[in-house]
Design a protein around this ligand. Structure first.
Ligand code: SF4
Ligand code: SF4
Ligand code: FES
Length: 234
């Protein structure tokens, strides 16, 4: 099987002996038997840590779960600084969780959660921070201040938690470079290994924003709606 890997500005083709194996096993074979300088990230080898995300034939995958095929072209994630070969620096994308206040801030005590309450945001808690959605997002590609898919998914996780005492504070914080900047293209959903739909979470955050008096600024500019502080902007 032949696999091409993007290394710096060129593609290097490798002949690999293994077959019917994951891409991570292929990378391990190349590193141990052919070229020890190949750089890539991995950890758990079981789709849990999120560290091995790369692009294969233009689509984001986890190397430890993707079954390698003859002719595959492997590249690093997009929209994030390249360290070397397939290793990228995710610090900026991770920092958006803090910028988006994607945590539980003030908890109402003694609130009993029903099964329904727990189901509402169980999926969003499964994010493994692999960064695939940031790589696939066309808005983040052109606006690096966009809070982006996984941070907004995480905001919804806490806004929808009925123990959160101040959800409006979180909604206030995602109006600029946040919910209204997403084009709802769904690219993030299609690449998520955890089946999380950030697009759907962003739609829910938009609905919640409207409940708090906000409106899509692209409609507001036509002469109606509400400003970012919730006051009418007619
Ligand atoms: S939302 Fe999905 S694609 Fe995005 S970082 Fe989390 S697990 Fe990865
Ligand atoms: S749906 Fe929104 S967040 Fe997801 S990839 Fe498209 S623009 Fe980015
Ligand atoms: S090595 Fe942890 S998700 Fe692939």
């Amino acid at each position: 099987m032949k696999i091409s890997i993007k290394r710096e500005d060129s593609y290097v083709e490798y002949d690999v002996l293994s077959s019917d194996v994951t891409l991570l096993e292929v990378l391990n074979e190349i590193k141990s038997k052919v070229d020890a300088t190949l750089a890539y990230s991995s950890g758990c080898r079981s789709s849990v840590c999120g560290s091995c995300a790369v692009r294969v034939n233009g689509k984001e995958v986890l190397a430890c779960s993707y079954k390698a095929e003859d002719g595959d072209i492997v590249e690093p994630l997009l929209n994030t600084p390249l360290e070397r070969d397939l290793v990228v620096n995710m610090d900026k994308a991770y920092s958006f969780n803090a910028k988006a206040k994607a945590w539980q801030s003030t908890i109402v005590q003694n609130v009993k959660l029903t099964d329904e309450d727990e189901k509402r945001n169980a999926l969003q808690s499964d994010c493994i921070m692999c960064g695939s959605c940031y790589s696939a997002c066309p808005v983040y590609a052109t606006n690096s201040d966009f809070l982006g898919p996984f941070s907004l998914t995480r905001v919804w996780r806490y806004v929808s938690d009925k123990r959160e005492q101040n959800p409006k504070d979180k909604i206030d914080n995602i109006q600029v470079n946040g919910v209204w900047d997403c084009t709802l293209c769904n690219a993030c959903t299609l690449v998520c290994p955890q089946d999380i739909s950030s697009k759907a979470d962003i739609e829910k955050l938009r609905a919640r924003s409207v409940m708090f008096g906000y409106n899509d600024p692209s409609f507001a500019s036509f002469g109606g709606g509400f400003g970012f502080d919730g006051t009418p902007s007619f």
